[in-house]
Design a protein around this ligand. Sequence first.
Ligand SMILES: [Zn+2]
Length: 277
Amino acid sequence: MADAEIGVIGGSGFYSFLDDVTEITVDTPYGSPSDSLFLGEVAGRQVAFLPRHGRGHHLPPHRINYRANLWALRSVGVRQVLGPCAVGGLRPEYGPGTLLVPDQVVDRTKTRAQTYFDGVPLPDGSIPRVFHLPFADPYCPAARTAALAAARGRNWDAVDGGTLVVIEGPRFSSRAESRWHAGQGWSVVGMTGHPEAALARELGLCYASLTLVTDLDAGAETGDGVSHHDVLEVFGKNVGRLREVLFDAVGALPATGERTCGCAQVHDGWELGIELP
Ligand SMILES: [Zn+2]
């Protein structure tokens, strides 16, 4: 029997108040995930929490082993993943405290392993075939709907849709970069949403991002630019609220076997060359 059916990749603030959390360590053919998985029950569902940056937040966004993280979640039975993350707002109306559930993503990262299907043999000798992922709509529609309904239910008027641009970091954008991102019509900027969404799709997992705006990005504000201190302060103020929305969204996700979104059928007709966990 699976240990969990739903995964949440986010900070320790999301699971640290749960009763009866079981910590398990999971290894993967891609190395170790960011930390242990923390298994607990939310809204009658079995959930695996994974601190994206490791406990104590020691991993910067470009050092996170995204492949190991998603693989580890799938290996304990997870088939639907919610990925809350902190972002900067690229429009004045998306100020601190805005919750935006994106429907598009732009990859501006540089160094991250972003596919399982790169032809490199796994430790067991199996060789992933080259596989070109359909990614026109990067997020699971059912998971997005659950997240938006959960926010509404908590009187948080979440923004439905928008484009998350993911930068390499760990530095924030310059004003010119930020104005360019805004000029493209993109909505929010973060550092972790990619390749998380793409890898989830490759594993046939449902995935949705819940982005919490912690600051206006450098091109959209008139002060001294973004500081890490501001980000932490706004995130800290909203983490309790975001936890409530996440937990309600967990309860609103369909049962694993009753999904109609198509995320699990992404490999149909393809010879993968490897066995997914
Ligand atoms: Zn789905």
